[in-house]
Design a protein around this ligand. Structure first.
Ligand code: NAD
Length: 493
């Protein structure tokens, strides 16, 4: 498997600060691995706090110029960037697939999905309306205007190397903010290519800056942003543990925060559901990206009367999934991102089996044939799962579907909400009254009702409880990057 690009110059390996591509000031590098083989194939800058501060200085210096541009000018830039992303779909998809592992067809879908946020916020940029408020006295006029929050630090995970960073940079730039970004250490190349295309689209120097760093250096880099009062907002997607750390550490300078954190999504199949639709919805939600998705169902509750029929249909579908390298045309599930990820999956499955779960299919690493690499795991269905198992408490982030049996609605709602997390929840039912009861009772920011594919640039994506706060996408998404300024003019005759 080799990485061939139509535009080899999109494969960048340095930081981009103040309009210049540059190595880390320390000149340190770290290796990037192909998850299909576990082999390092290139190196990128291993940045330190000094690089992070240089990025902040550039973003701070560029802020006034960018925010004062008419919104239509910022929108034009986003439109050009959007066109370039689509024009280079194939190269971006190859980069995603090569560094993250997902099948090429899925990677192409991610490019389209990430690009849709750029397009969306190009249109939203010119709609950041204010308000006129009826004044309580005739001598005053009360008004509200919206303005950008300032320099934004964007920190992203590896599971969607393009979409996660695009859906932060696009609203930030649309609002008039400038950006310092740090992609996940496992998947820096897609983000760097995206920034190269932003440069090509004519973005002024300093408006968008990106630094890469290894896991060992990350607290150093992000720490420099947390400590700096010029950084006014952190937008983060990743684990709840790191999200909480960012909330604590940014308190000294009271930064705005958007936190898109971990989930533990329930997927409920009631006895009145269309079982075939529920199986298809689960296949899309659970096995996309090999289950490495924050809205991926982690606990699948099936009502007693349909449990056996649902399990049989699901197992048949899961057994038909083809696992293999991302560039293999037949692959539907690629390798997991790294050794840590496969170890966690294996541990969750072993723990569940030792506590009485039944193995319905899968349940082991794959290391033969096209899956001859260290990070493949078989699509797995477990029966008779229970709440004491680790996989019920913590997202597995892999292709493992554990089935929990339930008796009635009250019991399942209580079980579904019995988690500190609250990102997505799904249920399948044809009972209209039940549907509205569940909508009201599920403690999640996103609810899938007879639907497994939820994400859209036109909808607000985000969680409640320890899945974080803030929303990405839709008209709500821009507010996260804007301040509300109240104007009161007095002494009017
Ligand atoms: P992670 O929290 O380990 O890493 C995410 C980012 O944080 C990376 O860029 C990483 O370098 C950085 N980071 C790690 N340690 C840090 C520290 N001490 N200080 C500052 N930054 C640090 O998460 P991950 O394992 O890479 O990603 C998977 C997680 O992301 C899962 O929990 C998943 O549910 C979540 N996720 C959430 C959403 C959402 O929209 N809610 C979307 C995708 C993924």
């Amino acid at each position: 498997m080799t990485l061939l690009l139509n535009r080899p110059d999109l494969m960048r390996s340095n930081n981009f600060i103040n309009g210049q591509w540059c190595n880390s000031i320390s000149e340190a590098r770290y290796p990037v691995q192909n998850p299909a083989t576990g082999e390092a194939f290139t190196t990128v800058a291993n940045s330190t706090d000094a690089d992070a501060r240089a990025a902040t200085a550039a973003a701070h210096a560029a802020f006034d110029g960018w925010r004062q541009q008419p919104a239509a000018v910022r929108a034009q830039f986003l439109k050009r960037w959007h066109a370039l992303i689509l024009e280079h779909t194939e190269d971006l998809a190859r980069l995603i697939s090569y560094e993250q592992g997902k099948p090429l067809a899925e990677a192409r879908g991610e490019v389209a999905y990430g690009a849709s946020y750029v397009d969306w916020f190009a249109s939203e940029a010119v709609r950041t309306y204010g308000d006129i408020i009826p004044a309580p006295v005739s001598s005053k006029k009360l008004m509200v205007v919206k303005g950008p929050v300032g320099v934004v630090a964007a920190i992203t995970p590896w599971n969607f190397p393009l979409a996660m960073i695009a859906r932060k940079i696009a609203p930030a730039l649309a609002a008039g903010c400038t950006v310092v970004a740090k992609p996940a250490e496992d998947t820096p190349l897609t983000a760097l290519a995206l920034v190269a295309l932003a440069q090509e689209a004519g973005l002024p120097a300093g408006v968008l800056n990106i630094v890469t760093s290894s896991r060992e250096q990350v607290s150093n880099v992000v720490g420099a942003w947390l400590d700096d009062s010029r950084v006014r907002k952190i937008t983060f997607t990743g684990s709840t543990a790191v999200g909480k750390l960012l909330a604590r550490e940014s308190a000294a300078t009271l930064k705005r925060l958007s936190l898109e954190l971990g989930g533990n999504a329930p997927f409920i199949v009631f006895e009145d559901a269309d079982l075939d639709a529920a199986v298809e919805g689960l296949m899309a939600a659970k096995f996309r990206n090999g289950g490495q998705t924050c809205v991926s169902p982690n606990r699948i509750y099936v009502q007693e009367a349909v449990y056996d029929a649902f399990a049989a249909k699901l197992v048949a579908r899961v057994q038909s999934l083809r696992v293999g390298p991302g560039d293999h045309p037949d692959s539907q599930i690629g390798p997991m991102i790294n050794a840590r990820a496969v170890d966690k999956i294996e541990h969750h499955v072993q723990d569940a089996l030792s506590q009485g779960a039944t193995l319905l299919t899968g349940g082991q690493r794959l290391s033969e044939g096209v899956t001859n690499g260290p990070h493949y795991y078989a699509p797995t269905v477990l029966g008779d799962a229970s709440h004491t198992m680790e996989l019920a408490q913590d997202e597995t982030f892999g292709p493992v579907a554990p089935l929990f049996r339930f008796r009635d609605e009250t019991e399942v709602v209580e079980a579904a909400n019995d988690t500190p997390y609250g990102l997505a929840g799904y249920f399948y039912s044809r009972d209209i009254s039940r549907i509205w009861r569940l909508i009201d009772q599920l403690q999640t920011g996103i609810v899938g009702i007879n639907e497994g594919a939820l994400a859209s640039e036109s909808a607000p994506f985000g969680g409640v409880k320890e899945s974080g706060y803030g929303r990405e996408g839709s008209r709500y998404g821009l507010d996260d990057y804007m301040e509300t300024k109240y104007l009161c003019q007095g002494n009017l005759a």
